[in-house]
Unconditional design. Structure first.
Length: 426
């Protein structure tokens, strides 16, 4: 136990963290381009927030939440997603009183007691955006375009935007009735989960992954035929905007998504050919959620993308992300006096913006040069007794194998210049 992490969690080791930093830098950069500002909410919230905000009959609330009582006997839950938290913060700080729409983004860990497998974890990370205060179908299209923009900048390809409208409570009610009518005779043949969904949330049956259920609902009436005029017009405009923004999409009338709060636009972005966990992001409009959480009647739209899934997909598609800057200079020093001079030099170079590494283990010169090789530094500075006695150091260009003796007083300026790509022989 002491040396094993909890099931469904991951350690992000230094080797992988560079990819995360790069990914996060793209996310923040694109968020700024589209006018979204970061919000950071707590990792845990009052359990009721998710019960109300995500929906009692969702898989997340029914069986996936990490819920616990704190020492004051309050029921708290590790956030399974961040839309409800963002809405809560928006209401708590009365941000709706300012100018609208307000556009937020977040990046951070989410927690779901899911069955772990490749691409599905109990602690995973999401980047998401939420825009509150506008019903504009152009915003729906822009949010989808923004998600695609991120994926494309990262180098992902073969992605499909699946799009649907799940209507408003009005058309949903009508759809629910015809759906229940249609499924009435088939209930006993559905999987156990769907049997439970029949009364509570029949819409979710359309989304079941069970092959048998899929067959049974293949011909079921879809929401498309039941959309009210307003929802139909909105959906039509979203599509026109998507065409204007040159974002290809596929209509998927059975896309309902696992969260209860969606209204009108629902979408999912799927990576083709990467196996079971192919959804790399999804979202939609939630025009009733803010009111449902105790706020004013105000529309909203958002999406979330799974960062582990994005990285997995990048790997499967053979995309290599740029990595962080490498160590530029290694200071190899022999003897106590040289070590001290080396430490001072390292400090000066770092202050000048050069990435420096040096020896802390009192190793032989040979071992230090080996360490420099392993780090693939372009330059190694050798501070040996002989050179120091002459008030100089040896600067070796590792790849070319060339070296030069440089007087100590000139060393820092010389190395800074070299590091910027100067010529050894100048
Ligand atoms: P959702 O909040 O369920 O709409 O999920 C949005 C995105 O988060 C999905 O498209 C996935 O990329 C990712 N995601 C959801 N659940 C998990 C999980 N258990 N492990 C890893 N990624 C997940």
């Amino acid at each position: 136990m002491l040396t094993t992490r909890p099931r469904g969690t991951n350690d992000l080791l230094p080797k992988e963290i560079e990819k995360w930093h790069y990914l996060e830098s793209i996310l923040r950069q694109v968020a700024a381009l589209y006018g979204y500002q970061e919000i950071r909410t707590p990792i845990f919230e009052h359990t009721e927030l998710f019960q109300r905000g995500v929906g009692e009959s969702t898989d997340i609330v029914e069986k996936e939440m990490y819920t616990f009582l704190d020492r004051g006997e309050r029921s708290l839950t590790l956030r399974p997603e961040a839309t409800a938290s963002t809405v809560r913060a928006f209401l708590e700080h009365k941000l709706y009183a300012g100018s609208l729409p307000l556009k937020f983004y977040y990046v951070g860990p989410m927690f779901r007691y899911d069955r772990p497998q490749a691409g599905r974890y109990r602690q995973f990370h999401q980047f998401g955006v939420e825009a509150f205060g506008s019903q504009d179908p152009g915003l729906d299209a822009e949010v989808i375009a923004m998600a695609m923009d991120i994926y494309e900048r990262l180098g992902l390809h073969d992605l499909v935007v699946e799009l649907n409208s799940v209507g408003c409570p009005h058309c949903r009610q009508a759809h629910r009735q015809v759906l229940q009518e249609y499924l009435k005779e088939k209930v006993t043949a559905l999987c156990v989960t769907c049997q439970g969904r029949f009364a509570k949330n029949p819409l979710r049956i359309l989304d079941c992954k069970n092959a048998h259920c899929r067959k049974l609902v293949a011909e079921a009436p879809t929401i498309e035929q039941m959309l009210c005029e307003e929802c139909r017009d909105h959906f039509q405009l979203v599509q026109e905007y998507l065409q204007e923004l040159q974002v290809p999409y596929t209509l998927n009338p059975s896309l309902v998504r696992g969260l209860d709060y969606y209204t009108k636009t629902a979408f999912e972005i799927v990576a083709q050919g990467i196996g079971a966990q192919s959804s790399i992001g999804g979202g939609g409009r939630y025009d009733d959620l803010i009111e449902e959480c105790g706020g004013p009647a105000m529309p909203g739209i958002g999406y979330a993308m799974g960062l582990e899934r994005i990285l997995l997909t990048l790997e499967e598609q053979g995309v290599v992300l740029p990595t962080q800057a490498k160590t530029q200079i290694f200071l190899a020093a022999l003897g106590e006096e040289a070590q001290k001079i080396g430490a001072g030099l390292a400090q000066e170079l770092r202050k000048a913006g050069v990435i420096v590494e040096r020896d802390y283990l009192g190793r032989s010169l040979k071992a230090q040069l080996k360490a420099a090789n392993r780090l693939q530094t372009a330059i190694t500075v050798i501070l040996g007794e002989e050179e120091l006695a002459k008030g100089a150091a040896v600067v070796r260009k590792m790849q070319e194998g060339r070296q030069k003796v440089v007087p100590l007083p000139e060393l820092v300026a010389y190395l800074v210049r070299e590091n910027k790509g100067g010529d050894m022989d100048e």
